[in-house]
Design a protein around this ligand. Structure first.
Ligand code: HEC
Ligand code: HEC
Length: 303
């Protein structure tokens, strides 16, 4: 009897220890793993139109200032949670305290589209799951713009990961690719060649391109949204948008007011940034939404 009890006790201690050890070993491997990503050849433009495109991509479509803070000078406390750790968002400016002072074109490309830092290691908390879809021309326009932003002095401390960050790295592997905002480098296909961006215009193809870059991370790949607060609502024609006109859709994004009379909760929906999408871009997104299957998630039992 006594032996059996001791055996059970040993199991009770050994199993969690083993699981903990495995999570630790897996996360340690992923944190230390060095990605060897071949540099793509990019031509960095210098003309006014490309720089303006770069600014629009940085500020509106890529939302870099939302995480990298005022004038992209970095945020020491981007994420600071006891036991999970402190993950600052880098100072991107060309000041000597910023990564812009040392970054090569290849470094920028890897950080933005692959979620991999200048040391070859996976970045945490970046939005490369969305940004991986940037075309060569668009990522080049972003890099061009980053080179003309004013330098800003701001020392950013190094990343520190707590013990509780480790299970999240494992969870990140289980997230759908489009929603992996923990360690996107884990799930991105680093060897896929980038299709050219569809020509900007009011077309389904360009609408899809914009949606992949700006909406899918919250509204999910099928745009059917999720059930948690902060996960976007259903924006297919199976939801409220089935009753909206194009004008009402544009109005909703521009003003934050829906035809149902609701105000969008701007804590979760970045309407203040997205209202700067151009009318043509919103028309393209609207066309794309019309072209995809409606999702009727609310009525599905058990969800
Ligand atoms: C969702 C928040 C978020 C968005 C949006 C975002 N970043 Fe970041 N970025 C971060 C965080 C957090 C880090 C630091 C990650 C780390 O240290 O593991 C980072 C790091 C970086 C780095 C430094 C990599 C290194 O070598 O240390 C670069 C460069 C970068 N981001 C560029 C950009 C650009 C350009 C954009 C817009 C196109 C952008 N980021 C959008 C959160 C974000
Ligand atoms: C950071 C997450 C996030 C991103 C990115 C995002 N949304 Fe949202 N969106 C939300 C959330 C959360 C809501 C629900 C807001 C509320 O509860 O008021 C929402 C609501 C909406 C609604 C209102 C739906 C309704 O039935 O009232 C529309 C339309 C919408 N989003 C369109 C878009 C489009 C188009 C994009 C891309 C250009 C986008 N969103 C990007 C999070 C996001």
């Amino acid at each position: 009897m006594k032996q059996k009890a001791l055996g059970c006790l040993a199991l009770l201690i050994a199993v969690p220890l083993l699981c903990g050890g495995l999570v630790f070993a897996f996360s340690e491997y992923q944190i230390r793993r060095v990605y060897d990503i071949p540099a793509v050849s990019l031509t960095i433009p210098a003309d006014e139109a490309s720089l303006a495109r770069g600014k629009h991509l940085v500020e509106v479509i890529g939302g870099c200032p939302e995480c990298h803070g005022y004038r992209l000078q970095g945020r020491p406390d981007f994420l600071n949670v006891p036991l999970i750790g402190q993950i600052p968002a880098a100072n991107l400016t060309p000041h000597q305290t910023g990564v812009g002072s040392v970054y090569t074109t290849a470094d920028w490309e890897r950080a933005i589209r692959h979620g991999v830092g200048h040391d070859g290691r996976a970045l945490i908390g970046v939005s490369s799951s969305a940004l991986q879809h940037l075309s060569d021309a668009d990522v080049s326009a972003i890099i061009a713009y980053m080179q003309i932003i004013p330098p800003g002095k701001r020392e950013i401390p190094p990343r520190q990961l707590g013990l509780l960050a480790r299970p999240f790295i494992l969870i990140s592997l289980l997230l759908p690719e489009a929603e992996n905002d923990i360690m996107p480098a884990l799930v991105i296909d680093h060897y896929a060649s980038q299709p050219p961006a569809p020509e900007p215009g009011i077309t389904v193809a360009y609408g899809r391109y914009l949606v992949l870059l700006t909406c899918v991370e919250c509204h999910k790949a099928d745009l059917g949204g999720g059930s948690e607060p902060g996960e976007g609502m259903n924006i297919t024609t199976g939801g409220n948008l089935g009753h909206w006109t194009e004008t009402e859709f544009i109005w909703a994004i521009k003003t934050g007011r829906t035809p149902e009379g609701n105000s969008l909760n701007v804590t979760y929906m970045p309407q203040d940034r997205l209202r700067h999408l151009t009318e043509d871009e919103l028309k393209a997104i609207w066309l794309y939404i019309q072209s995809i299957p409606p999702v009727v998630r609310e009525r599905a039992p058990g969800q």
